[in-house]
Design a protein around this ligand. Structure first.
Ligand code: FE
Length: 250
């Protein structure tokens, strides 16, 4: 009898549970409109009728202190395409002779930071990608070649106290390098140029300069060498200059 009583209790409880569940389901069926009345603390305006009742707050909602600039840290003069999208096609290297050496000039600073982009927050100028290969005299790529670039900013000023517009990098396994920078400005007595030192691992250092085509001052600059003119193309990403360095590897 105790077993029967227990069974009956279980049946009664199950029946009650079913009734409660049914009531809850009925209540839930009528509940969604009630949920829309729950205030969303993140909403600034009342939700539209067709907006889901619970709107998760955006995880990246801008705040007064959050950075508002999501583009590269450059001015509007510099196209905002990310560096990663720039992958210039390079012609088959022409290794007709070693890259001519040029004077270092008075503005070299050693121990530059390692970086492939010289562009920093707030800079102005025309964005320039300078890319190419570092090759030996047999036109073979020199993996891990060291390249140290320095130049003026857009206004023709060198930073002789710090490392603005200065940086070194290493060519990849195919001997390729890529520098992101701005077109250097002009200063008295010189045409537009970028200074560079290039060195194969354990090889001698070549000090030289890279020039730009069509510059009026190319003809009046006594240091200028037409063998050092980069091939410059205008693209949607800005200017892309290609120049291959052919150096002694040993
Ligand atoms: Fe210079």
């Amino acid at each position: 009898m105790r077993r029967d009583t227990t069974t009956n209790r279980h049946r009664f409880a199950a029946w009650c549970g079913g009734i409660v569940s049914a009531l809850m389901l009925a209540a839930c069926g009528a509940a969604p409109i009630a949920q829309t009345a729950v205030p969303n603390p993140t909403a600034t305006t009342a939700p539209a009728a067709n907006v889901p009742p619970t709107i998760a707050p955006p995880t990246t909602a801008p705040t007064a202190s959050a950075p508002t600039v999501t583009q590269p840290p450059v001015t509007t003069d510099i196209p905002a395409a990310p560096t990663a999208t720039v992958e210039a096609e390079l012609p088959v290297p022409d290794c007709s002779g070693l890259t001519p050496a040029q004077t270092e000039g008075p503005y070299y600073t050693p121990d530059t930071p390692e970086r492939t982009s010289l562009i920093e927050l707030g800079m102005t100028g025309t964005r320039l990608i300078l890319t190419g290969y570092v090759l030996d005299a047999n036109c073979q790529p020199i993996a891990n070649a060291w390249l140290d670039f320095w130049q003026t900013d857009d206004e023709g000023e060198y930073d002789n106290a710090g490392y603005v517009m200065r940086g070194h990098q290493f060519a990849d396994a195919n001997g390729r390098y890529q520098l992101e920078t701005v077109l250097p400005g002009l200063y008295p007595g010189r045409t537009r140029h970028i200074h560079v030192k290039v060195q194969a691992p354990d090889g001698p250092i070549l000090t030289s300069q890279v020039y730009f085509p069509g510059e009026p001052a190319n003809t009046s600059d006594g240091i200028f060498d037409s063998a050092l003119i980069a091939d410059v193309q205008t693209t949607a990403d800005g200017l892309i200059g290609t120049f291959n360095f052919v150096i002694n590897a040993k």
